[in-house]
Design a protein around this ligand. Sequence first.
Ligand code: GLU
Ligand code: ZN
Length: 294
Amino acid sequence: MTFVTRFAPSPTGPLHLGHAYSALLACDMATSHEGSFLLRIEDIDRARSRPQWETRIFDDLHWLGITWPTPVMRQSLRLDVYEHALETLWNNGLLYPCTCNRRDIAAAVGAPQEGAPLLGPDGIIYPGTCRKKSDRTGPMPRTVPLRLDMVAAVDRTVDLFGKSAGFQEDGVGPEGETGWITFSGQEMIETIGDVVLSRRDMGTSYHLSVVLDDAEQGVSHVVRGQDLFEATRIHILLQSLLGLTSPVYHHHKLIRDDTGKRLAKRDDARAIAKYRAEGQSPADIRAMVGLCHR
Ligand code: GLU
Ligand code: ZN
């Protein structure tokens, strides 16, 4: 199997140590497997994406010694592809419109029962307020958020979930998960719920775009942070619903600051630009994130 991996930054802030680690690791893996490393710009969040950030990300990556084929894939140019996939899901009765805001959801959830899981990969698990009352007939609405009906989706993928679904983890999840990771449909319903697949003002969502783009780019190995490990089950389900092949996943450790906190985009203290300005070399960056010299 040819090895194809990618780095998929969102141009919403500076590249920091955590991104550099992810990109360098993916690039190293592509080199050692004699495969390819691709870049993709995840700019569906039009309100937060900035061309200046994109320019700086390219510049930092080049400085780190990373190269990639051009033109790069850009999510903002693929909205028709996302819409087409949403139509497919809509026509199969798997989506419903929902305009509940955070407040509505928090109110509907009320006091959590003891021991009941409350948080999924996307935050509070949606209580299903609009699931029954939304109209699913007629053409797909384009200006409201659309949720995936998880019960219906699991039902539609009985083949996959009949023997419990799974994915190949070649890296390691946050709890040390590795190898063939299995999960059941019931688990998807209880611990993930009806995720939003088309967000307001985006016409898509991270989950939907990422599976369609990885498939389009022929990605065989997804290298990314452990923070996305839980979301992988959503991606496997979507791949199954949309008839796409699932890649192998390689989740990696997260780079933390001195207090053990995960680095965030706004964490300018760890921006690669700052290390560059201070005179550190790409080899210094590699050493900082625990990658050997190349
Ligand atoms: N754009 C995503 C991020 O910045 C990458 C998601 C992925 O690698 O699947 O976290
Ligand atoms: Zn709703």
